[in-house]
Design a protein around this ligand. Structure first.
Ligand code: SAH
Length: 381
């Protein structure tokens, strides 16, 4: 009875803000920001919440989730799909998100080549024989540069309001600090990793040294990997089932790059054309001896003159945009000088290649042609 009262009392005081699960995800996110892994796998990803947070980390190009339960992954996997905004403004980085159904006790070649593997509150859900195979699969076979493992610290349990032996009915065990650290040090030594221990959720100061509520081991591979280990040959066969794959639109994909460049080029050339027409219009007004009449737009012989009548079209097009009849010629060189276009294309040749066939170009291909007929109608209205 007394013990129950004490626990109830503590339950009121031992509250983590933000909640501990969020702190765990935040901890991983900080590690990602610091180490910038490109390929990250979350083992025991459950409802994909950590994956969803990580998809916003710009360094990550491949994000993979693995869980034994297909149903739990399916609950929120739609949150991993690209949004309309991702298509409207594709990112520079490529991003592919994949979910596999399978066990961490089995080797599948799709888990090779990762920079970081996270196992957040996973190991305590493993049956004894799965836990036995886990180090060989994750450290030996997957062998990523960094592995993060978090698990409950059983020494903290007396401060929690749980009536049951473990914090969760599916937990197969909960380790104290010595048990976790001995296991982790053994595994690290065996597979050539260093390990550092930390945790999240500090106890109230009067409770003494019980350690963090969540204990964490951050493992770093000691050696660079030289090529694929021989064992990979044996594990060519895929045992996991892929249940989700989303390839995000990216400017690394020529299809999206072309759309972005064409949009940018059309926008730029139309802006230039409008500015030019605006200038012409005000010049025309001045010329009409103070009589405020709108020009009959491009049909007037004044406006039919080109900007640089003494130059050939080729010479002219190297320099500035000019008006010819109903058409504004915007030199590609001018368009390429716009920082956004230059950044997207890199080279002038790429610009030419990406827009050819998608926009109207002059005969010699040196300028983009903007038809001003529509502008004319707008002005008339
Ligand atoms: N990492 C998540 C979920 C932890 S619960 C979080 O922090 O919230 C543990 C998850 O591991 C569950 O979703 C469970 O289905 C999964 N799991 C249990 N045994 C597994 C195994 N052998 N292989 C892969 N996933 C497993």
């Amino acid at each position: 009875m007394e013990e129950k009262l004490r626990k109830d009392e503590l339950a009121r005081t031992v509250k983590f803000t933000p909640p501990l699960y969020k702190q765990r995800y935040q901890f991983i996110k900080q590690l990602v920001i610091k180490h910038k892994p490109k390929k990250v796998a979350d083992l025991g990803c459950a409802d994909c919440r950590l994956l969803w947070m990580l998809k916003f980390c710009n360094c990550i190009e491949i994000l993979v989730g693995l869980d034994i339960s297909e149903d739990v992954m399916k609950e929120k996997m739609h949150t991993l799909c690209p949004l309309p905004g991702d298509f409207l403004q594709p990112s520079e980085r490529p991003l592919t998100i994949i979910l596999h159904q399978g066990s961490v006790a089995e080797k599948d070649p799709c888990m090779l080549g990762f920079d970081m593997v996270t196992c957040v509150e996973l190991i305590e859900h493993l049956e004894a024989e799965e836990l036995e195979k886990f180090p060989e699969v994750v450290f030996g076979f997957m062998s990523p540069a960094m592995i993060v493992i978090s698990t409950p610290n059983s020494e903290f349990n007396r401060l929690l309001p749980t009536a049951t032996l473990f914090r969760h009915p599916d937990h197969k065990f909960e380790w104290n600090r010595a048990q976790f650290q001995n296991w982790a040090l053994d595994v690290a030594a065996h597979y050539g990793y260093t390990v550092e221990f930390t945790g999240l959720g500090t106890p109230p100061s009067e409770e003494g040294d019980v350690g963090f509520c969540t204990q964490i081991g951050v493992f770093v591979r000691k050696y660079l990997k030289n090529g694929e280990p021989e064992t990979v040959e044996k594990y060519k066969e895929h045992v996991y089932k892929t249940i989700f794959k989303a390839v995000y639109p990216s400017l690394k994909d020529e299809k999206y790059l072309q759309t972005a460049v064409v949009n940018e080029v059309l926008w730029t050339s139309q802006t230039i054309a409008r500015r030019l027409l605006g200038n012409r219009k005000s010049k025309y007004k001045k010329r009409c001896d103070g009589v405020e009449t709108d020009p009959p737009f491009l049909t007037s012989c004044f406006l039919r003159l080109t900007e640089y009548p003494s130059l050939t079209e080729a010479e002219n097009s190297q320099i500035e945009p000019f008006i010819n009849g109903q058409t504004v010629h915007v030199p590609l060189a001018k368009i390429f000088s716009v920082p956004k276009v230059k950044q997207l294309c890199g080279t002038f040749e790429t610009l030419r290649k990406l827009i050819t066939g998608k926009v109207a170009l002059s005969n010699d291909g040196s300028a983009l042609l903007v038809d001003t007929e529509y502008e004319n109608e707008e002005q008339g209205n």
